[in-house]
Design a protein around this ligand. Sequence first.
Ligand SMILES: [Zn+2]
Ligand SMILES: [Zn+2]
Length: 254
Amino acid sequence: MRFASLGSGSAGNALVAEAGGTVLLLDCGFGLRETVVRLARLGLAPERVSAILITHEHDDHLGGAFRFSARYRIPVYITHGTLVAAGKIPREATIEVIDSHRAFGIGDLQVHPYPVPHDAREPVQYVLGDGAYRLGVLTDTGTSTTHIEAMLTRCEALVLECNHDLDLLMNGDYPRSLKQRIGGRLGHLDNETSSMLLGRLDQSRLQHVVAAHLSEKNNRPALARSALSKAMGCGDDWIGVADQATGFSWRELM
Ligand SMILES: [Zn+2]
Ligand SMILES: [Zn+2]
């Protein structure tokens, strides 16, 4: 199994995981043409994508999903709440409503959704597995929970939100209400909280840790790296960072 990112941050998110002949897009926050260009960078034709998994209705995750689904005739897996919040859906899009706690399979990949606290209708995040290895993805959550940690422990790879540095956010020029939303229980994970979460997990199988959904204003890649490396006891260089322009290239699990 391998995985990569098409881009990560408040302007658009999409992750891709591949095992056997199955290619899943996790979120599709880029427009149709942009998604195709970004897939091509990873050597993937859009026709190779088997399905799209959606985390929640915010535009940076859902923005391009239905059009991609309609154009390439592939299903969108989505919770009922997210579907309702999404509003108008093109007739040609194929929808599969999922239970936020129930695992299911798509081709060679197992998909395990789990609920997270975020300011959306029914947000989930996902653990993806190929039977041998598991990739845990967590972004867009205001806090950690014991359930989140039970889902992410003992994974072989983690993509973890490091949205902001709390000092940069609080001393920055965002309006007070926005600072409170981002830093609140239903907002986004800051570097320190993400680091503490990682510190509580069984890390014995970890081959990859990538920081994701970094704020361009309220964070720096070096701060995210050093927060996560502290929890791992590893060098800063070992921690990957997903950026808005290029995401990150293929990472293999073996
Ligand atoms: Zn987001
Ligand atoms: Zn969000």
